[in-house]
Ligand binder design. Structure first.
Ligand code: SF4
Length: 393
């Protein structure tokens, strides 16, 4: 269980901007985004401890940057059942003004600590009011400080369409937290959020606006709280597939539910991190490998097996007795072989134009993980000789 002290625990009194960041930055632990971890750098005494709010983030194009993640405010009028910031919960809250946050970010940027910003918020005074303040912060960064780096802006529940347009003109990425895969599940997590009207509609607008935009178009993402509403993996992945195909999101983020003290779900069991991992693997199969949700290896409860990655589990049931000839198979079939990803398939198809692939070493050079692929392939008409271990996970 998360500890009250760890979530937000400053003494009362006036705070300077850096003190606020120490409260509001770590609070984004509830918001998975581009990051792959903290930067690991040791801050100087004058900088303070930035390790909890500067993240080593992978950008949409693959570049890595130091990303400042923070909330604009942790004051919230909503009562989401799982959330540390829900109204009435006793902890010290903090709020940045747009000027204050923009100035602080630029200070960190100039000293080389932060290269980009992820900006989210709790809701105080309505979603549109907070969206205005998020937009104002980004506007100050872009116009007053001429900051040209990465900005990720959260689109708040109930934000107006013109606000979504304004946010998309300023940001490189925007996101809407659906939290649950459908309205029924969201009612358990967040009884006063409207799944269709407040949330999903904003993702639809983002896609419409993106199509109308000329030049640079921001990408969009969403996040789900996994296990907090007893939803199944098939529910999460059905919605993810819909969002990929119909609403054009770049990716879905999954956050394993962790109970927070002094919330209605404090006794709800935590979700194993491995379930979150399997959901990521499955979501990439839907997005990048051409799989459909109904093909994935769900159990009778609609959940993925935890003990095996979903691509391997699918291949064990579908490919083991009909191996794929790597010299003739089409792209779709190659993508279904464990150990071969989209980049490996592209290289393999290119290499095939130059001649037959005969050896496992040929495949290794192309980036194929041969120990995973071998049980499912033919190489020039033959099963490659290979000492198999039991099915790898
Ligand atoms: S709106 Fe809900 S999820 Fe967001 S900060 Fe407030 S209580 Fe938490």
């Amino acid at each position: 269980m998360l500890d009250n002290q760890n979530i937000c625990s400053y003494n009362s009194g006036r705070m300077d901007a850096l003190e606020k960041l120490k409260l509001l930055g770590p609070a984004t632990c509830f918001e998975p985004a581009e990051e792959v971890g903290n930067t690991g750098r040791v801050p100087s005494r004058s900088e303070g401890d930035d390790s909890a709010f500067i993240h080593n983030a992978v950008m949409p194009g693959g570049k890595r940057i130091a990303l400042l993640k923070t909330l604009l405010t942790s004051a919230c009028e909503r009562d989401c059942a799982y959330c540390a910031f829900r109204q009435g919960r006793d902890f010290r809250r903090a709020t940045f003004s747009p000027d204050e946050l923009a100035a602080l970010f630029m200070r960190l940027h100039k000293q080389g600590t932060a290269e980009g910003i992820f900006l989210s918020s709790a809701i105080a005074g309505g979603g549109p009011r907070i969206e205005d303040r998020l937009i104002a912060t980004a506007e100050i960064l872009r116009r007053r400080y001429e900051f040209g780096g990465y900005i990720h802006l959260k689109i708040m529940p109930g934000a107006e369409r013109e606000q979504v347009v304004a946010a998309m003109r300023l940001a490189d990425r925007v996101s809407v937290n659906l939290e649950a895969p459908n309205a029924k599940r969201l009612a358990r997590l967040a009884p006063h959020k409207d799944f269709d009207e407040e949330l999903l509609q904003r993702l639809r607008w983002i896609e419409e606006i993106r199509r109308e935009m000329v030049g640079r178009r921001p990408s969009s993402t969403t996040q789900f709280v996994v296990g907090g509403s007893d939803e199944s993996d098939v529910e999460l992945l059905t919605t993810t597939e819909f969002l990929n195909r119909q609403v054009g999101i770049a990716r879905a983020y999954f956050m394993a539910f962790t109970p927070v003290p002094d919330t209605p779900l404090e006794e709800h069991p935590p979700t194993p991190p491995l379930r979150e991992h399997r959901l990521y693997q499955a979501s990439f199969l839907l997005r990048d490998y051409g799989f459909l949700t109904e093909e994935l290896p769900f159990d009778t409860g609609g959940n993925l097996p935890l003990e095996s990655d979903p691509k391997l589990a699918w291949a064990q049931h579908n490919l083991a007795h009909t191996p794929v000839e790597v010299n003739t198979a089409d792209r779709r079939d190659l993508l279904r072989v464990p150990g071969i990803g989209p980049v490996g398939v592209d290289r393999l198809l290119r290499e095939r134009r130059r001649g037959h692939l005969r050896e496992l070493t040929d495949l290794r050079k192309l980036g194929v993980v041969t120990k995973r692929a071998v049980p499912f392939i033919l190489l020039d008409g033959h099963r490659p000789a290979y000492q198999l271990s039991l099915w790898p996970v």
